[in-house]
Design a binder for this molecule. Structure first.
Ligand code: ZN
Length: 214
């Protein structure tokens, strides 16, 4: 396991408004293509954000949610592979995750809360080892296989701005291209209607928010 420990800060910083409205953003919101930087410290604000993310995830009937998907440029994700909000012991937070020891290969269907109702077969390692920090700032290591291994690989990809269609075969990907274009058109339309800012403005916001836990 990791010997290091992240510092926990109780201090509230003021440069970012924690009343920030949180929602799951859809393709192709620029946050989904953001390569997030590591979190250097944990504070109570992060704990609050994570609780809210679990609620959003359950509401959307998901089993994993990465910070990028709520337009936050932080390197963490949450999972509960049962999707059951009652099973708190199945809730895991992975801060600054690093995957190693990938073994085997398996193909299975994936979906993503940022691309509702879109599914595709993705080939991934069957077994992985993942090192990360929990909300207490303690390093931990997990050896995972099957579905949990897949979820952790999918969510870790999000932190690098990689989405599951990027991992699909060329031919399978072509079959869902028009669906992706529909998502893009819808997002552009919402930008025109003022629900979302321009690409440049969103990227500027992400850079500012990133400083919060840097
Ligand atoms: Zn996803």
């Amino acid at each position: 396991t990791c010997a290091t420990q992240l510092r926990r800060h109780r201090r509230q910083s003021t440069n970012w408004n924690s009343d920030h409205y949180m929602e799951i953003v859809q393709y192709q919101h620029p946050a989904l293509r953001w390569k997030s930087k590591s979190i250097a410290h944990i504070n109570t604000k992060l704990t609050t954000i994570i609780r809210e993310m679990f609620d959003l995830m359950y509401e959307a009937k998901g089993i994993g949610l990465a910070a990028n998907q709520v337009a936050l440029p932080f390197r963490f994700f949450i999972i509960n592979v049962t999707g059951d909000a009652q099973l708190k012991e199945e809730e895991h937070v992975f801060i600054n995750p690093e995957i190693s020891d990938r073994k085997g290969s398996a193909e299975a269907e994936e979906g993503c809360l940022s691309m509702p109702e879109l599914y595709g077969d993705v080939r991934r390692a069957e077994q992985i080892t993942v090192d990360a920090f929990d909300l207490e700032g303690h390093g931990f290591q997990m050896e995972l296989d099957d579905m949990p291994a897949r979820v952790v690989q999918h969510e870790t990809d999000h932190l690098d701005g990689i989405l599951f269609p990027d991992r699909m075969s060329e031919s399978a990907r072509r079959e869902i291209d028009s669906r992706l274009s529909d998502f893009t058109s819808l997002f552009r339309q919402q930008q025109r209607l003022g629900k979302y800012a321009s690409e440049d403005e969103i990227e500027q916001q992400l850079r500012e928010i990133e400083q919060e836990f840097a």
